[in-house]
Design a protein around this ligand. Sequence first.
Ligand SMILES: [Zn+2]
Ligand SMILES: [Zn+2]
Length: 140
Amino acid sequence: MDDTIIKILEKREIKPTSIRILVLKAMQEFNRAFSLGDLENKLVSVDKSTIFRTIHLFHEKQLIHNFDDGSGSVKYSICKDDCNCEVDDLHVHFYCNYCKNAFCLENVIIPKFDLPDNMQIESANFVIKGYCGKCNKIAT
Ligand SMILES: [Zn+2]
Ligand SMILES: [Zn+2]
């Protein structure tokens, strides 16, 4: 059962220790972007500094990406299999004003901007705010 998780870790050149498998599993269980606090609440038995270090490693190895949804805490999300976290992989994120959850819109690519010649894009933080599908029903 853990085989796929181990493969995901190995593909990103991360040694699949039991704690990393546990953390990645917990990340997969969110069907939305998550914060460090979300993970801490989910993994109460795991040392907080271990969670922090694991997130840092996953981010460094481009297994996850992060973005600022304006809620005050950085949100993380698992990257798609073929994501290299390059400019071409940058996508729009959605923040629900109602349930306060953030989601990846992987198919909504950040538009190309005409930047001055001497400037080059490295990252972009593009967050759309509104109501998610679930909350839209409640709101209307
Ligand atoms: Zn919502
Ligand atoms: Zn994303």
